[in-house]
Design a protein. Structure first.
Length: 590
């Protein structure tokens, strides 16, 4: 059992070392401005150096006052030293804080770019709130360490080292007595610091859960209110807050033990030094000025050491945050800039022997093969769960197939640059997601070129939404609200179609684009889709078979396999599943 415990401790120590190294590596990769760091450290050295000289001047003042002869030069020197120390302190604090803010800004930019490049599979298994917590809460901890504690730690180490050297020259006996308390302080700090590391990790995990609850509930607040779920969600939020409260109390207990013990050790040392020094002054071994200088130097040691308790705790917090940030950095992201970058024309799409399953899930697609002819309309029908939307996700390259190939014009799409491939696809989904902002921003979303008004109007006209937009007081600059909540479902759908049109894709994918709409909206959207599909290779998913009867070919998916292929008439004649769909929807007796 003892060996197991020792092994666990060794593993824990190794983990801490690796994490600490990872922290500095993470900071280094932000490439902070080295000249600012150098100037800030130089000013800190000047500040500390002046601070170390001031007690010697104080010694001279006390000794001269004792003899009744205080020199003017000493007073002027005193004033100059204070001014130099104040100026250097102010500038060094500002510059080191600037470096800290610079590092955190770089971390957040890098993290934001990272999460945007993570594959869709990451978001399938990780909550959005937890990812947000990595970018906000964890980087705040790193920021707090760098801007608030690292500055005082650097100057504190220099101050302690300089004070100890001078004290050894002033009175080596009292200095050795003073230094005897250091092992005691380390004996207190190290085990409590490890405990703080574990508590900090738990706090950040609980904070991530709390952020997740907030994000999920507030983004679906209408659902919450529609089902009178305020009480349920209030209790869920309270549980998370209660968890944070409990861990906060654990953290407070550590500080409640750590700070008083260190203060007690420092105070005991100070009382002993004053008493012992007073005896030596009375015996004439040292002067009163030397005792005052010794006590001032002692404060230059006591104050930084007392701050090291909180600094050490913050270091442990930052180590936990670094571990989580580094884990996010290490995740595999989508690979851009690889493969062919030429334009993808309207060539045929060929799906060859596709097999796919989600992580830790059943196989969704089994050996799926079919061809989508160039500039023709191919419809995909089948019951829910047959793999239709998964097929679209594979085409968009949100996922990679377990086996099989998707090819465009004879070239496997995995050999085409990811950005180039996605630029060639216009995707209109059933949900028609919109971003908070204006209609203009949503229609032109993702386009790198500048879009002129005429292009917007032309796309809106083809999408049958131009009259509505132009009738609004602010036209294309009308705010749509969060997720487009200020618009109806049909209006959001047509704006999504206008967005796809403005992109001018060679491949068009429509996923249930007319489902759950009233007949008037469906008719307008169907007219818009007819405009969009002209001279484009088109893939359509639809439960309403009336929308795909005129497709050039229809693919029937059943339990992840292709069970039929052909025109409407051919499939109605030869495919039992398709015939049952048609009979159910059109109420035709077979």
């Amino acid at each position: 059992m003892k060996n197991d415990t020792a092994d666990d401790n060794n593993l824990h120590n190794q983990k801490e070392k690796v994490t600490f190294r990872a922290f500095w590596e993470m900071v280094r990769q932000t490439n902070p401005p080295k000249w600012i760091v150098a100037v800030a450290l130089l000013l800190s050295l000047i500040e500390t150096g002046v601070g170390l000289v001031i007690p010697l001047f104080t010694q001279g003042v006390v000794d001269q006052l004792a003899t009744g002869s205080l020199g003017t030069g000493l007073i002027i020197g005193f004033i100059v030293l204070f001014i130099v120390q104040a100026v250097s302190t102010g500038f060094s604090i500002y510059l080191l804080t600037y470096v800290g803010e610079y590092v955190v800004r770089s971390l957040r930019i890098r993290l934001w770019n990272k999460v945007l490049r993570l594959p869709v599979s990451y978001y399938d298994t990780n909550r959005t709130g937890e990812t947000i917590s990595r970018i906000t809460n964890d980087t705040n901890i790193v920021k707090a360490l760098i801007t608030n504690h690292l500055v005082s730690a650097v100057t504190g180490v220099i101050s302690i080292a300089g004070a100890v050297v001078i004290l050894l020259f002033l009175d080596w006996q009292m200095t050795l007595v003073m230094l005897s308390v250091v092992p005691v302080i380390l004996f207190i700090i190290i085990p409590l610091g490890r405990k703080m590391y574990r508590i900090s990790k738990s706090i950040q995990k609980e904070m991530a859960s709390f952020t997740t609850v907030l994000t999920q509930v507030l983004s679906e607040i209408r659902l919450v209110k529609a089902y009178n779920a305020e009480k349920k969600e209030a209790l869920s939020g309270e549980d998370r807050v209660e968890g944070l409260f409990r861990f906060g109390l654990k953290e407070a207990k550590v500080f409640a033990v750590l700070n008083p013990l260190i203060s007690l050790a420092m105070m005991a040392m100070l009382v002993f030094i004053i008493g012992y020094g007073g005896v030596r002054v009375a015996s004439g071994e040292i002067t009163a000025g030397e005792l005052v200088a010794f006590i001032l130097y002692l404060f230059m040691i006591v104050v930084p050491v007392s701050r090291f308790a909180s600094f050490f705790a913050e270091v442990q917090k930052a180590m936990g945050a670094t571990e989580r940030i580094s884990a996010l950095y290490d995740m595999e992201e989508e690979r851009y800039g690889l493969g062919e970058r030429g334009e993808v024309n309207g060539s045929s799409l060929v799906f060859s022997n596709l097999t796919f399953q989600y992580e830790k899930g059943d196989i969704v697609l089994h050996d799926v093969s079919f061809e989508v002819p160039a500039q023709k309309v191919t419809a995909i029908v089948g019951p829910s769960g047959s793999g239709k939307s998964t097929l679209f996700s594979l085409t968009e390259r949100f996922y990679e197939p377990a086996s099989g190939v998707i090819a465009s014009g004879g070239t496997p799409v995995r050999d085409i640059d990811l950005k180039t491939w996605r630029q060639s696809i216009g995707y209109v989904s059933q949900e028609s997601p919109l971003m908070a902002g204006t209609i203009r921003e949503n229609v032109s979303y993702g386009l790198e070129k500048e879009v002129i008004e005429d292009e917007l109007v032309a796309a809106a006209k083809l999408a049958n939404i131009d009259e509505y937009i132009l009738s609004l007081p602010e036209g294309f600059d009308t705010e749509v609200g969060e997720r487009g909540i200020k618009l109806s479902g049909g209006q959001r759908q047509r704006i999504a179609i206008a967005r796809a049109l403005l992109k001018n894709p060679s491949i068009l994918m429509l996923d249930e684009a007319t489902s759950s709409l009233d007949s008037e909206s469906e008719q307008k959207i169907q007219e818009a889709l007819d405009n969009v599909m002209k001279k484009r290779t088109t893939l359509v998913i639809a439960h309403r078979l009336s929308t795909v009867l005129g497709a050039d070919q229809i693919i029937v998916l059943e339990k992840g396999r292709v069970s039929g292929r052909g025109t409407h008439d051919e499939l109605y004649e030869n495919n039992e599943l398709y015939r049952s769909f048609v009979n159910q929807q059109f109420k035709i007796e077979g």
